[in-house]
Design a protein around this ligand. Structure first.
Ligand code: BGC
Length: 365
C-alpha cells in the first residue's frame, strides 16, 4: 500500500514537473517549479541584473518565483530563505553573503528534499548544496594579474614599479579565488623586487589574502584604505603606478581616492583592474580612469542556472563541467564554470554594447 502511494505520488510529481518545463499551464506546474532566489544586495548593479533576468526567464516558463535581496545582511538572507522554504519552494538559488553561514537553514531545506544551487558564490561547510554555477573565479583573478604583467612589461622592467594590491570581502569564497588567480602571476615579481609595495600590504602567500580584504566589497572602505595608503606611504612625490582591484565596486573607491590625492589621467594616473562591467566603471574605462574590467556576462550565468532548474524539474541529469575545483569543506560541489573575458577601452563597443549587455546611452556613447 505504502509502495503504491509512493509510486502514485512520484508519477504525479513527474507529470507536474514535466508540465512546468514544457511551459504549459496546469494545477501542478506552479507548485512543482517553485523557485526561491536570494541575492546579496541591490547596491551592486550586477546582482540586480542577475536576479531580474533569472526571475523573468523562469516566470516566462511558467514557474513560481520569489526573488529577495538582503542588503548584504546575513541574518536577513537566512530569514528570506526560511520564508521561501515555508512558502513551498522546491528549488533554492542562493548567491550567499557569508558562504559559511547557511548550514542550518540548508539542513531545513534538505529535510524537505529541496534542491539547492549555489549561485556565483559557493556555500561552504554544508552537505546540502547540490550544484554550483559560477564564472571561473580563479581565471577572473588570473586575467587581472596577467593584464598588469603585460601592461607593465614586468619581464623586461628595469626600474621597480610602485604597486598596491587589494582583495575582496573576507566572507566571500570567490574573493580567495580571485586573489589566488592574480597573485600566482604577480607574487613572483613582488618577490624579485620588480613590483614594490610601499604600504607593505603584500600578502606573503595566497592564503594570507584576508589581511588586505575589504569587508562587504564596499567602495567607501576601499576609498578609505587607499586614502590611508597614499597619505602614509606616498610622501615626497612618490606615485603609485598600478593597483590590483579585484572588482568594480572597489575600483570606484580607489579611483575616487586617487582623484582626491590629485592624480591626473594622462600624466600620473596608475593602471587599475576591475571586474563586472558596471556602468560607472565602463564610463571610467572610457575616461581612462580604469584600465580594464573582467566582464562576466551575467546573462550566461542566468541561462545556465535556468537550464539546471529545467533539468532538476524534469528529473534529468544536471549538466556540469567541473567536478574537482570547488570543495566546500564537506564535499566537492558539482559545478558549471563560465568563461570571463577582459574588456578594455577598445572592446567596450564590440563586447558590451553590441552584445546588448549595456546600452550605448548607459555609458555616454
Ligand atoms: C562576485 C563579483 C562581485 C562581488 C561583489 C563576488 O562574489 O563574483 O562579481 O563584484 O561579489 O558583489
Amino acid at each position: 500500500m505504502t509502495r503504491l502511494v509512493a509510486v502514485a505520488t512520484a508519477s504525479l510529481l513527474a507529470f507536474s514537473l514535466g508540465a512546468c518545463t514544457s511551459g504549459t499551464t496546469g494545477g501542478g506546474a506552479a507548485t512543482a517549479c517553485n523557485v526561491g532566489i536570494t541575492m546579496p544586495t541591490r547596491s551592486l548593479e550586477r546582482w540586480i541584473n542577475d536576479g531580474e533576468q533569472l526571475q523573468s526567464k523562469l516566470k516566462a516558463a511558467g514557474c513560481t518565483v520569489d526573488l529577495q535581496y538582503a542588503d548584504n545582511k546575513v541574518d536577513q538572507q537566512i530569514s528570506q530563505i526560511q520564508n521561501q522554504i515555508a512558502g513551498g519552494a522546491k528549488i533554492l538559488v542562493i548567491a550567499s553573503i557569508d558562504g559559511t553561514a547557511l548550514g542550518p537553514v540548508l539542513a531545513e531545506a534538505a529535510k524537505q528534499s529541496i534542491k539547492v544551487i549555489a549561485y556565483d558564490r559557493l556555500i561552504n561547510g554544508s552537505p546540502n548544496v547540490d550544484y554550483y554555477a559560477t564564472f571561473d573565479n580563479y581565471k577572473v583573478g588570473n586575467l587581472q594579474g596577467t593584464f598588469l604583467k603585460e601592461q607593465l612589461k614586468l619581464d623586461s622592467a628595469t626600474t621597480p614599479i610602485n604597486f598596491e594590491p587589494f582583495a575582496g570581502s573576507p566572507d566571500d569564497n570567490n574573493a580567495k579565488f580571485f586573489f589566488s588567480g592574480a597573485w600566482d602571476v604577480l607574487l613572483p615579481y613582488v618577490t624579485k623586487g620588480t613590483l614594490v609595495v610601499p604600504s607593505g600590504k603584500a600578502p606573503k602567500s595566497n592564503d594570507e589574502w584576508t589581511t588586505i580584504g575589504i569587508q562587504g566589497w564596499a567602495s567607501d572602505k576601499s576609498q578609505a584604505e587607499m586614502d590611508n595608503r597614499l597619505s602614509s606611504f606616498y610622501s615626497g612625490g612618490k606615485k603609485v603606478q598600478a593597483v590590483l582591484s579585484p572588482n568594480d565596486s572597489l575600483a570606484i573607491g580607489i579611483e575616487a581616492s586617487l582623484k582626491s590625492a590629485g592624480y591626473k589621467v594622462g600624466s600620473d594616473w596608475p593602471l587599475i583592474t576591475g571586474q563586472d562591467g558596471d556602468k560607472a566603471n565602463v564610463k571610467a574605462i572610457l575616461a581612462g580612469e580604469q584600465s580594464m574590467t573582467v566582464w562576466k556576462d551575467t546573462r550566461k550565468l542566468g541561462d545556465r542556472v535556468f537550464t539546471m532548474i529545467q533539468q532538476i524539474v524534469k528529473g534529468e541529469k544536471v549538466e556540469v563541467n567541473d567536478e574537482k575545483s570547488y570543495n566546500n569543506g564537506v564535499k566537492v560541489v558539482p559545478s558549471y564554470l563560465i568563461e570571463p573575458e577582459v574588456v578594455t577601452k577598445d572592446l567596450v563597443q564590440s563586447k558590451l554594447i553590441d552584445s546588448g549587455f549595456l546600452k550605448a546611452s548607459d555609458v555616454g556613447l
